[in-house]
Design a protein around this ligand. Structure first.
Ligand code: FAD
Length: 614
């Protein structure tokens, strides 16, 4: 029965679905978001945190395109940190602990108050296609909604199966119902599908943890924020002194590892129940103990799930052991000797549709107007999901308006790197972003996300004219200061050598921006402009080198890899790269670069080994 008509239908109210629905609605498309439970819009299925290496950069990219994730975490975060600060600024990335309940409430409220966006709690069980394009969706109750474009963002819900030891039951997440009909739809249309798995730790009762002996992990001061538009507008830092909570650090013990080894056959994975492929970079504790037998201890972060709850998330302790063994395991860890579990750890197996079925616009090749985003594409992580969601939502709206979809290039955003990887290489295990996946990592930084993408955000109507003017004003100031610092000169003694230097030359040496005042130069008063001028000038020569290297790499694509090459002897390769190169034995460097998991960093290491780079 046909009941209503929408420009865009979004199936899912997770991190991908939210960004997709908001983007489409904000672009003026009459949009409906279907969810299995309207209370759980924006639910964090696993860790109560947003951001992290490369992921934090994606959140800022989403923000620059007018998305919501950055604003949501800025409003509901309880601890903020910049990661990787011991390394160069190119790989810094913000991360924040979230108040899980408040994050969800914030997202629900934003969706409820968004003009053009309607929310419906119902399961979509089928997508109706005519002449190769989507025309409607059908729900479990038999209602049909006519539409011009559909974004499927169903996360881990398609044929989800939960495992706790040898117990297994159908569910999409924790104890929520799973979704079945759509997997049938994909089979009917011949889409390539796979089975992936992921897991989550138990949630611990804070009152039963002894924190007295544990290392405290505080937030940063000033804390980094994710959105350029959160107060103070126009910077990526909060004011100093923002109240934050602590996390704690503990470690597994030899006893923990012994309990795991003794009970390995009782885990769903090693006991042979789970067939799906798990995330290499988010392994269960049993995986870590098996794969790194010589490692004496693994670090565990104890993270509060929110301000008004006693639930603690033990980051690093996901397992699919039976619940009674989980108690034993957790209690073998310092501080957790008397811990009580509120929710048990579990693993989940679910259907994934191969992302090679998609164009880089995230539209399927088989059906016009059908877009995929999030875990359905084989990625893990809220941020990866949201990054795909915003692009899928933008393109669904463009399709509905009869316009051509857009895509993001690898050299303009991490979202572009991820989507290019997914759609050209496909996935054989859950995909997560790393800075090493990008050949442009000195340019694709957290600090310049707004400068890279605000123009596109404005063109799409997702940033206001006022917002874009602010970015343009900052950009102008940055350009003027850089020009000024490149053209002024001052005589400085560096060692024995006393000669005129431009301030920009001083910055590429060991000096910082604030040092320039001692040479008689003014420095920008605007903190964002000051940070950007300093980073851009310091990085300019390296970015130029990066550009030249990328040009050379392109030319060296046809370089032959000797058939007898011993990948164990190539320095600088990750375990994953060695494994995959040995398995696929590519004939050329270009072929190697198209293997899932082979990053630009691997290609550089291979060419260096072959003596092609000097
Ligand atoms: P989700 O957030 O799962 O949202 C899916 C949405 O689709 C929900 O709103 C649901 O109601 C809706 N839906 C599904 N089917 C239908 C239907 N037919 N009709 C209507 N609505 C439907 N990521 C990590 O990075 N690290 C981890 O350690 C990690 N561990 C995880 C552990 C577990 C147990 C689970 C479940 C997930 C874990 N994840 C982890 C993945 C993380 O949850 C996802 O990356 C992220 O939530 C994906 O967002 P999404 O929008 O694709 O899907």
């Amino acid at each position: 029965m046909l009941v209503e008509e929408f420009d865009v239908v979004v199936i899912g109210g997770g991190h991908a679905g939210i960004e997709a629905a908001l983007a489409a609605a904000r672009m003026g498309a009459k949009t409906v978001m279907f969810v299995l439970n309207a209370d759980n819009i924006g639910q964090m299925s696993c860790n109560p945190a947003i951001g992290g290496i490369a992921k934090g950069i994606v959140v800022r990219e989403i923000d620059a395109l007018g998305g919501e994730m950055g604003k949501a975490i800025d409003q509901t975060g309880i601890q903020f940190k910049m990661l990787n600060t011991r390394k160069g600024k190119a790989v810094w990335s913000p991360r924040a602990q979230a108040d899980k309940k408040r994050y969800r409430e914030y997202m629900k409220k934003v969706c409820e108050n968004q003009e053009n966006l309607y929310i419906k709690q119902d399961e979509v069980v089928d997508i109706i296609v005519e002449d190769g394009r989507v025309v409607a969706v059908r729900t479990k109750l038999g209602l049909e909604y006519k539409t011009k474009a559909v974004v499927v963002a169903t996360g881990t819900f398609l044929n989800g199966l939960i495992y706790i030891g040898d117990k297994t039951f159908p569910a999409g997440r924790a104890w929520e119902p799973r979704s079945e009909g759509l997997s049938e739809f994909y089979k009917r249309y011949g889409f390539t599908m796979m089975r992936f798995k992921t897991g989550t730790p138990a949630r611990l009762d804070k009152r039963t943890i002894d924190f007295s002996s544990l290392e405290v992990a505080p937030g940063d001061d000033p804390p980094p924020k994710f959105s350029f538009w959160t107060d103070p507008v126009g910077t990526y830092y909060f004011e100093k002194g923002k109240p934050q909570v602590n996390c704690w650090i503990t470690y597994t013990t030899p006893k923990t590892h012994e309990i795991i080894r003794k009970n390995l056959h009782r885990t769903a994975l090693y006991g042979g129940l789970i067939k799906g492929i798990g995330p290499r970079y988010c392994p269960s504790i049993e995986d870590k103990v098996v794969k790194f037998p010589d490692k004496e201890r693994h670090q565990i972060f104890l993270e509060p799930e929110g301000l008004d709850t006693i639930e603690i998330y033990p980051n690093g302790l996901s397992t699919s052991l039976p619940e009674e063994i989980q108690w034993e395991l957790y209690r073998s860890i310092p501080g957790l000797e008397k811990v009580e579990l509120i929710r048990p750890a579990y693993a989940i197996e679910y259907d994934v549709v191969s992302p090679t079925e998609l164009y880089p616009t995230l539209e399927t090749k088989k059906i016009k107007g059908l877009f995929h985003a999030g875990n359905l594409n084989g990625t893990t992580g809220y941020e990866e999901a949201a990054g795909q969601g915003i692009l899928a939502g933008i393109n669904a709206a463009l399709r509905a308006f009869g316009k051509e979809p857009i895509y993001l290039r690898r050299d303009e955003s991490y979202i572009g790197v991820m989507i290019d990887d997914l759609t050209t290489k496909g996935v054989f295990e859950p995909y997560r972003l790393f800075t090493s996946r990008s050949e442009w990592r000195l340019y694709l930084r957290q600090d310049n996300a707004i400068l890279r993408l605000a123009k596109l955000g404005r063109e799409l109507g997702l940033l206001t004219e006022e917002q874009y003017k602010l970015v343009q004003d900052k950009e102008k100031q940055i350009r003027e200061w850089i020009e000024f610092y490149k053209t002024q000169k001052v005589v400085v003694a560096v060692g024995q050598d006393s000669r005129p230097y431009t301030p920009s030359q001083l910055l590429t040496a060991e000096f910082t921006l604030s040092d320039l005042t001692s040479f008689g130069f003014d420095v920008p008063k605007d903190p964002y402009v000051a940070e950007e001028v300093e980073i851009e000038l310091k990085y300019e020569p390296y970015i130029e080198r990066e550009r030249k290297l990328n040009e050379r790499l392109k030319k060296l694509e046809d370089t032959l890899l000797p058939p007898d090459i011993d990948y164990d002897k190539v320095p600088g390769l990750t375990t994953e790269a060695r494994e995959k190169l040995k398995k696929f034995r590519p004939l050329t460097v270009g072929q190697a670069s198209r293997i899932d998991g082979i990053t630009p960093a691997t290609i550089t290491a291979l060419l260096a080994y072959l003596g092609k780079l000097d």
